[in-house]
Ligand binder design. Structure first.
Ligand code: PMP
Length: 279
């Protein structure tokens, strides 16, 4: 078993994969990406991830031509070559290699990278205890729905959280919380599951959709409406969702305790349903 890379039509060991310093992904962050979780050799929600990749690419005028079937073949071959049953796949598309110039290159083919890596699972203890979070100003641009390689505000915020001993930083603007630096936010109030609506201020999380569908199927009312800071702090439960963290219970926001300070009943119910849905 080994970490594998796919680079512009060729598979190789991850340690042997290199991209030019003139790649626009390196020069400008001019590209888009996806993260896919593999459970038992199966890429989870692959169709949804490839669809979102194509949407992100189209949003930045990146001419991504591979069909879903071609991506499926590449992804499955990568999983087979890695030998991992459980893994994490990154796909990155950039606007190719070209002398540095803000204008798009006229004829550079885009760079396609995929890596298949061993997954380092979150500490299971975190699901028992729940995690601390902090709030940060949302200084991002107004197209957070594009899964762009430009993640500077996200990584600075995550680092800020890490230095504060927190698991995640929650982006707040004008009194409303939008999402985490690498996760979707969900809040339970009076038994209703609230999450901010899709739009330019958040990434349309694929786990978000999956978890909302699980909630609806289990008679939990869902409200896709703006979530104020007040709602967040007054919630009975808060949790985060994302491809690699799945569902993660939050027990503090800026040291303010959420609910009774333990992962709540709706979290437990949904996480059980989530585990059942992937097995
Ligand atoms: N928002 C942001 C900013 C993210 O980076 C992520 C994870 N990539 C998510 C939400 C969750 O999205 P998904 O469920 O598709 O992983």
């Amino acid at each position: 078993m080994s970490d594998i890379a796919y680079l512009n039509s060729e598979f190789m060991k991850l340690s042997e994969a290199f991209v030019s310093v003139e790649d626009r992904g390196f020069q400008f962050g001019d590209g888009v990406y996806e993260v896919i979780r593999v459970y038992d050799k199966t890429p989870h929600l692959l169709r949804e991830h490839v669809d979102r990749l194509k949407l992100s690419a189209a949003s930045i005028q990146l001419d991504e031509r591979l069909s879903y079937e071609e991506w499926e073949r590449i992804v499955r071959e990568g999983i087979d070559r890695s030998g991992y049953a459980d893994a994490k796949i990154y796909i990155q598309l950039t606007r190719g290699v070209s002398p540095r110039d803000h204008r798009f290159p006229v004829s550079a083919p885009l760079t396609r990278v995929m890596t298949v890596r061993e997954i380092d699972l979150e500490d299971p203890q975190l699901r028992e205890s729940g995690v601390p979070t902090i709030t940060v100003d949302d200084i991002r641009w107004n197209r957070c729905d594009i899964k762009s390689l430009n993640l500077l505000p996200n990584i600075l915020s995550k680092q800020h959280a890490t230095q504060a001993g927190a698991f995640e930083a929650l982006f707040v603007r004008d009194g409303f919380v939008f999402e985490g630096s690498s996760s979707t936010i969900m809040v339970v109030r009076h038994g209703v599951l609230h999450t901010p609506p899709e739009g330019p201020r958040i990434l349309s999380g694929i786990t978000r959709d999956w978890v909302l569908n699980l909630a609806r199927a289990n008679e939990i009312t869902v409200a896709e409406e703006p979530v104020s800071l007040e709602m967040l702090l007054g919630a009975q439960e808060v949790f985060l969702t994302g491809t690699t963290i799945e569902i993660m219970p939050v027990v503090t926001v800026d040291e303010h305790r959420i609910g009774d300070g333990k992962p709540g009943e709706i979290y437990h119910r949904l996480y059980q349903k989530f585990l059942a849905s992937i097995s």
